[in-house]
Design a protein around this ligand. Structure first.
Ligand code: ZN
Length: 582
């Protein structure tokens, strides 16, 4: 069943994006935009922009963007069809369901998920019933993964054969290839991608199977202990977390998610009654993962060997903590044990490790202090220095000071001296930007050229124009007079004040030959640089980040393939800034 495309378009025309967003968060009008606090990341100043004309929203803080359906999907945790039904229900619109009419992509996706479903069931059936899965069953039983556990997690077995699966299930090879389960071998015959492996199916948070992780049995000659599905049209590693489909309700209830490294760790937590665990699928934790998890919980407990997490990882975690307002902590397990082992040998230790999870900085600091000696004055000094290096990675001054106090009492150096070390570690935000020419001469003429282009060809350039772009007050007033009548010169002349009228008269007869887009982008770029230079005293990290994004967009403005999008975002950024000043 699908919803007719006509209905989807009718609904898009009917609902007001601003109204829909405003039913979740307050917005205020800034020029042609509406601005508010982003619902998808934590922030103190609004970088969430909504534009009714384009019916799109965009957050300059976290990059969330889309149309009304995307917004409802994200905020209500719904899929596309769910978002349409939700909106139709709100405005009282009757939907027409059709058997066809689905978009091609959605149909293809559904077909691929069905292939995956068939494969999940087939592998699972092999594990439960096939005689040659006995070794696999024995292995899983030893690890506590048999019976009900195997059934709950749909664990399977890929036989030790070239093509057992592709022969057994009635699915064309091109589909198997597209989901990463099969390929055509050198002899032109269909071959299975997984062989002699215990199969852990990976589902989306909505419960659709999209990939597999396959593990060899002990004693295998295959050097790859784990083999994971490659990325496909339905599977992106950086956006998928194993176990989220089973765990999400409990994650929301506890406002906490446990992130493991392996499939068996997730299952181990479940077996121990801790049902809010997920795992990355053969990758490090990514920002996409954090964004996904933030939809469900504010606390993230890392349940993997974080001993090797270096400075780079620490900086990433701290950045995510401030960007998404999540608290990242680390659970410490008895040496050498992973959660999967502990679930069998000492399930209570699992719960204790999670309960005693430490903030990431505390965890790193304890390791440094634990390894450092305080036997001699020289050793104390060295340990203090190493500890302060770790502390200085943290962006929050107060946090640095508190940890410095702990180090002080450990090494016996006055806290004030260490705090001075901590303060030296403050990284000053980059605020140097190219300042606009102060003479104003070239800028004024650029503004004049744009004014002339607006009179010549309003439709091409109008979309890029905003009051915010004019530093020269006379040209700004001339622009406003022109904009009020949509570029119609005579009424603009009649309405303008004498100075603005004089500028319009000159512009109307000026002989300019320029690309409207290029000139508009020049003005946008100049206005953004002006605004950035004007606001160098910002210390709010949120603001610093937004400004950094604006600088990145300035670079993109130079690149003709993405300049339009960058210009649109920068205009929104400017309008937001101008709105704040009022
Ligand atoms: Zn945001």
């Amino acid at each position: 069943m699908a919803i007719s495309d006509d209905d989807i378009e009718r609904l898009r025309d009917t609902v007001s994006l601003v109204d829909v967003v405003q039913s979740y968060l307050p917005l205020r009008r800034v020029g042609r935009n509406w601005v508010g606090l982003c619902p998808f990341h934590a922030e103190k100043s609004g970088s969430f922009n909504v534009r009714e004309e384009t019916k799109r929203y965009r957050c300059f803080g976290c990059g969330a963007a889309g149309d009304v359906f995307k917004f409802v999907q994200e905020i209500e945790h719904l899929d596309f069809v769910g978002s349409i039904e939700h909106l139709a229900n709100k405005v009282g619109m009757q939907l027409t369901y059709t058997s066809g009419g689905q978009s091609k992509d959605r149909q293809r996706r559904k077909q691929l998920v069905e292939v995956m479903n068939t494969a999940v069931e087939w592998y699972h059936d092999q594990l439960l019933h096939s005689p040659d899965a006995r070794t696999a069953r024995d292995y899983l039983r030893d690890r506590g993964l048999s019976g009900d556990v195997a059934r709950q997690f749909k664990i399977g077995w890929a036989p030790d054969d070239w093509d057992a699966m592709s022969k057994a299930i009635d699915v064309p090879i091109d589909l198997l290839q597209e989901v990463g389960l099969g390929f055509i071998n050198k002899r032109g015959r269909p071959q299975d991608s997984f062989r002699a492996r215990v199969m852990f199916p990976i589902f989306t948070d909505a419960g659709e199977p999209v990939a597999f992780g396959g593990r060899v049995l002990p004693g295998s000659t295959d050097p790859a202990k784990y083999k994971n599905s490659s990325e496909t049209t339905i599977y992106a590693k950086s956006k998928t977390l194993y176990g989220l489909n089973w765990a999400k309700q409990d994650i929301v209830a506890a406002d906490e998610v446990i992130v493991c490294e392996g499939y068996t760790d997730v299952i181990g937590f479940h077996r121990s009654g801790i049902t809010r665990a997920v795992a990355t699928c053969g990758t490090a934790l990514t920002e996409e993962h954090v964004r996904l998890l933030k939809r469900f919980a504010n606390k993230v407990v890392l349940a993997f060997d974080a001993d090797n997490a270096g400075q780079g990882a620490a900086e990433r975690f701290y950045a995510w903590e401030s960007k998404y307002k999540v608290q990242v902590s680390v659970a410490k397990f008895p040496d050498g044990k992973d959660p999967g082992d502990l679930a069998s040998s000492n399930p209570l230790a699992l719960a204790e490790a999670v309960k005693g999870a430490q903030p990431f900085l505390g965890f790193r600091l304890q390791r440094v202090i634990g390894a450092g000696s305080i036997a001699t004055p020289e050793a104390r000094s060295r340990t203090a220095e190493q500890a302060m290096a770790v502390i200085n990675e943290h962006p929050d001054m107060n946090v640095r000071k508190i940890y410095a106090g702990e180090v002080a009492s450990h090494v016996g150096i006055a806290a004030a001296d260490l705090v001075r070390l901590a303060e030296r570690g403050v990284r000053r935000p980059e605020v140097r930007v190219a300042a606009p020419t102060q003479s104003g001469g070239s800028r004024e003429s650029a503004e004049f050229v744009v004014l002339a282009l607006m009179i010549q060809d309003w439709d091409t350039i109008a979309a890029w124009m905003s009051e915010a772009l004019f530093a020269n007050d006379v040209y700004r007033r001339a622009f406003l007079a022109l904009a009020a009548v949509e570029g119609d010169l005579n009424p603009a002349l009649a309405a303008a004040d004498p100075e603005a009228r004089e500028a319009l008269e000159r512009a109307a007869v000026a002989d300019v030959e320029s690309q409207p887009d290029a000139e508009a982008f020049n003005l946008i770029s100049a206005a953004v640089r002006r605004e950035l230079a004007h606001r160098v005293k910002h210390v709010d990290p949120e603001q610093i980040r937004i400004d950094r994004d604006a600088r990145l967009l300035l670079e993109q403005l130079e690149d003709s393939t993405i300049s339009q999008d960058a210009a649109e975002q920068l205009l929104g950024w400017l309008r937001m800034r101008m709105g704040e000043q009022r």
